[in-house]
Design a protein around this ligand. Structure first.
Ligand code: DQA
Length: 150
């Protein structure tokens, strides 16, 4: 089965964007880390980044169809700022019935108050926050441990 690693708005700027918050690792490096982590665990990893809410929603719907036909295990999602605004992403996760691990590179709870609330969290199967880009690997491991029936 495949694991989808889905990154939302502004995460294409990883490595150059606010390095004090997000570090110097680029999105390409993150995607490679994820592919390697998946391979170690016996899963193929597909990566997608979009700055557009609807593209993220479509990808979650498609992953949901994959979960039903057994081709997809679940999604690791960093929804970026849509985390704090998007009821539509919340509804997409619920509607698609897809296991989602929410991940944030920074510890959002140690930052501005507007980052403390997540519309993703109540629909997520698990949450990884504040471990830097290693969080993506932890999220993949968590997804496999929680949902892979071996
Ligand atoms: C983020 C945290 C969000 O608040 C922010 O809007 C991002 C990145 C993180 O990975 O720490 O774009 O999701």
């Amino acid at each position: 089965a495949t694991i989808l690693v889905l990154n939302g708005p502004n995460l294409n700027l990883l490595g150059q964007r606010e390095p004090a918050q997000y570090g110097f690792t680029t999105l390409a490096d993150v995607e490679q880390l994820c592919t390697d982590a998946g391979k170690r665990l016996g899963f193929e990893v597909t990566c997608l980044q979009s700055n557009h809410e609807g593209v993220l929603i479509d990808a979650i719907h498609q992953a949901g169809r994959g979960v039903k036909d057994g081709s997809v295990l679940g999604v690791v999602l960093n929804a970026g700022a849509y985390t704090h605004t998007s009821i539509a992403l919340h509804d997409a996760i619920k509607g698609a019935e897809v296991p989602v691990i929410e991940i944030h590179i920074s510890n959002v709870h140690a930052r501005e108050a507007f980052r403390h609330h997540s519309y993703i969290s109540p629909a997520a199967a698990g949450i990884v926050v504040g471990f830097g880009v290693d969080g993506y690997v932890l999220a993949i491991e968590g997804l496999v441990r929680k949902f892979h029936k071996s």
